[in-house]
Design a protein around this ligand. Structure first.
Ligand code: C2E
Ligand code: MG
Ligand code: MG
Length: 748
């Protein structure tokens, strides 16, 4: 049996300092027992024996422990409970160094004195957090206090002290600090921590003139999962989303969940919009793959908004607000997209609001009409039917694409009325066509989710007298995103009426062959982008189209290839045995009276015509930009733009090989040289390719930093937003043009 020796009892003389005893007692009991005059030793009378017993009981309860060392820091006493906890026998502990038995943990390294140092100071210490040096799996923490004691010659004789277990408190504190840093659901950083991180990053980067990008990600249709599968399933889905994000981004500490289904990524020193666009695309792709949650399959999508500091804001508020605007635009652009912030976005949001207002009145004002695009038998070139495509002639803006106004109609709750009108109009006009030409009408997923759709279809057929088998409804994969029992019964109800069903835009969305097996489609429409890719070298799209055609054949479905523009695409599509073709290679959509005229003879055979091969997309436009030559900036009109070059108009007789820096605004400069010169127009080739801007447009990969502008003498605050380089500032030296401009040319 071990002899118990209490440190304060100094049993050699049978005296204990009342200060020691009361001090310990106060600490242990949590009460503040004032220390009496420590100079007067007391004899070991009955009441101090009583106190010792109490302390012994306390020690045995395991809630606190005592220790003492000699002048060299060697342990002279330790409560047995600690020896058990550290897993070393007391005999081995007594005589060993106190500083070696305990340690302070990593976090103390930066802001606490080391334990050996503290022990040499010979002054008291309180509540020093310590753990066993040989720390096992379960980390135990103690708050340790000590008082030096001195021998009669007033020489330092060692320490006496106590310890209490603070493991539980520390765990709670750690959890609390975790809560302040991490999102409890996904383990990603939380909004609070992310905003701190962004603030400190931007503050530091402003000084260091470094770039930093912010990506905001919002899940599409997440609400639907929550509503149909329940919140626990929604939570499980969010965890999977977080895992996928970590995988794509590669660094957990860059990603946060802001709350709900919104995530944010900070990318330090990244301003290359080519790289940012690629990353955004990879994120969207990864998050759009199907998920399995509690045995249910669900599909969501994601939209991404990107803003880059310093161009799009130098404070975290500005940067986040602009990333948010970009995100909103990405969602408005049809979801499943990314968008970079640009100064036009604010204007675009306003435009959209005005368009929505105008759309409310468009039907009543007869601004809406239907165009029809021939669907042609690929083998015979004979038109078998038409796709009805809605058109809007805006009184001020002219023709507005349905790709623009259908999403607005869907969001503004106007699609029901518009869709119903389109269905009635198309049936009515198709009933007047010769022969047995079919008409295909597009049905938005929102219309499809309306129980009244079968009634609306029946009414359109009844009032027009069109046989149901001549009406085809085109449905996109969007309807399967909300796959429920209702989807099935809607398919059944429509089939019962006798209309045909086509799966539109196959290859753009979630393209699961599973839909084809279960849903009663009569036709698959292979999307334009898919066919386009197929003619590119090394594309596997051709093989996939062949597989789709084989499957469609086996399931007794027709196939239509959409958007065929060139003869090489048509050849490929014929080779792959696609049964029908729709595209400019045969005809653009035409008005009903044109259609009637062409079909006068009863049928309409079209000879395909178009470019021999597909060429890289050139965007036609009419946009004012700057063209800088030497130190002069010309105002020119950009007529078309591709990733590799542009056609500009406005400067006259420029020799081939002349170098221009095109200024597209927003710090976007592209170095280019003239390869063709035709009077007032020049064809230019860029030194560096442009990149996709996420919105069907193009942008330069990098922008000239406002910091560089500032270095050239222009204070950042003075730079007008969106047009840093050609701003008319006092610092700009007057320059002389080397070439005459179109104005001079016309005058001459
Ligand atoms: P969609 O159903 O995939 O229609 C095909 C689109 O491709 C049409 O665009 C058509 O004009 C275009 N197109 C056809 N051939 C070519 C080609 O060779 N090259 C190119 N570049 N394009 C070609 P449009 O008319 O602008 O319609 C866009 C989308 O708007 C349609 O895509 C459809 O989803 C929607 N939409 C059109 N009309 C209606 C409607 O009445 N109701 C609903 N809900 N949506 C409609
Ligand atoms: Mg369609
Ligand atoms: Mg389509």
């Amino acid at each position: 049996m071990t002899t118990r020796k209490f440190p304060w009892s100094a049993p050699e003389d049978g005296k204990a300092s009342p200060a020691d005893v009361r001090g310990f007692f106060g600490k242990i009991s949590g009460r503040n027992v004032p220390a009496a005059d420590s100079a007067a030793p007391i004899s070991f009378n009955a009441s101090s024996k009583q106190a010792l017993l109490l302390l012994q009981n306390f020690e045995e309860s395991g809630r606190g422990w005592f220790w003492s060392t000699d002048g060299e820091g060697k342990i002279t006493y330790l409560s047995p409970s600690v020896s058990e906890l550290v897993g070393r026998p007391l005999t081995a502990i007594i005589g060993s160094s106190f500083a070696e038995l305990f340690c302070q943990g990593e976090e103390a390294a930066s802001h606490q004195r080391t334990l050996p140092f503290i022990l040499t100071k010979q002054s008291k210490f309180d509540d020093l957090p310590l753990q066993a040096a040989a720390n096992g799996e379960d980390e135990i923490w103690w708050a340790v206090s000590g008082r030096p004691y001195f021998n009669e010659g007033k020489q330092f004789a060692g320490y006496r002290g106590s310890g209490t277990d603070i493991t539980a408190q520390r765990r709670t504190a750690k959890d609390t600090s975790r809560l302040a840093t991490y999102d409890s659901l996904t383990g990603l950083l939380n909004r609070f921590r992310m905003s701190q991180l962004l603030d400190t990053t931007l503050t530091a980067f402003r000084v260091q003139k470094r770039a930093c990008s912010v990506m905001l990600i919002d899940l599409d249709r997440f609400k639907h999962v929550n509503d149909t599968l329940g919140h626990p399933a929604g939570d499980a889905l969010l965890k999977q989303v977080a895992d996928r994000l970590v995988k794509v981004v590669g660094d957990r500490e860059k990603i946060s969940r802001l709350g709900g289904d919104e995530f944010q990524i900070i990318l330090q020193d990244v301003d290359d919009r080519g790289a940012l666009g690629d990353l955004a695309e990879r994120i969207i792709k990864s998050l759009s793959h199907p998920y399995s949650v509690d045995g249910s399959r669900c599909i969501i999508g994601a939209s991404v908004g990107v803003a880059v500091s310093p161009f799009d804001g130098q404070s975290s508020e500005d940067l986040i607000r602009n990333a948010d605007l970009a995100l909103y635009a990405a969602k408005g652009g049809g979801r499943g997209r990314f968008r970079f912030y640009s100064s036009e976005l604010l204007q675009a949001a306003e435009d959209r609001r005005v368009l929505e207002e105008d759309l409310r009145d468009a039907l009543g004002k007869n601004e809406i009409w239907m165009a029809y695009q021939p669907v042609v038998d690929a083998k015979t070139d004979v038109v078998t039917g038409f796709e009805a495509l809605i058109r809007w002639n805006h009184p001020e803006r002219g023709a507005i694409s349905p790709a623009v106004f259908i999403p607005i109609a869907e969001e503004a709750n106007l699609i029901g009325a518009l869709g119903e009108w389109a269905l009635h109009k198309a049936c009515e006009q198709a009933a007047g066509w010769p022969g047995r030409m079919k008409v295909a009408v597009n049905v938005s997923p929102i219309q499809f989710a309306n129980d009244m759709l079968p009634k609306i279809v029946e009414s359109a057929l009844a009032s027009s007298g069109l046989p149901p088998e001549l009406l085809e409804l085109e449905i996109t994969e969007g309807v399967f995103l909300q796959e429920t029992a209702d989807t099935d019964s809607m398919f059944k109800a429509l089939k019962k009426i006798g209309v045909r069903l086509a799966l539109d835009d196959f290859g753009t969305g979630y393209s699961s062959l599973g839909y084809l097996k279960t849903a009663p489609f009569d036709k698959i429409k292979i999307d334009q982008s898919f066919v386009r890719g197929a003619t590119e070298p090394e594309s596997r799209n051709g093989a996939i189209i062949a597989a789709i055609v084989a499957l469609a054949h086996a399931l007794d479905m027709d196939t239509t290839a959409e958007g065929i523009e060139s003869l090489d695409q048509l050849d490929l599509i014929r080779e792959l045995n696609v049964s029908h073709v729709q595209g400019y290679v045969y005809s653009q959509p035409v008005a009903n009276d044109v259609l009637l005229e062409r079909c006068q003879s009863g049928d309409w055979r079209i000879t395909p015509s178009g470019p021999a091969v597909t060429r890289g997309d050139r965007l036609s436009m009419f946009r004012k930009i700057g063209a800088i030559h030497e130190n002069h900036c010309y105002n020119v009109v950009l007529r078309n733009l591709s990733v590799t070059g542009a056609l500009i108009e406005g400067i006259v007789d420029v020799p081939k090989g002349t170098k221009f820096v095109l200024d597209f605004g927003d710090g976007q400069l592209a170095v280019s040289s003239v390869v063709r010169s035709m009077g007032h127009q020049q064809g230019l080739v860029f030194e560096e390719r442009l990149v996709n801007d996420g919105n069907g447009g193009l942008c330069t990969s990098r922008r000239i930093s406002p910091y560089m502008m500032a270095a050239a003498g222009m204070p950042i605050a003075n730079l007008p937003p969106g047009y840093y380089t050609t701003a008319e500032g006092e610092q700009r030296p007057k320059s002389l043009p080397a070439f005459s401009t179109m104005g001079d040319w016309k005058a001459a």
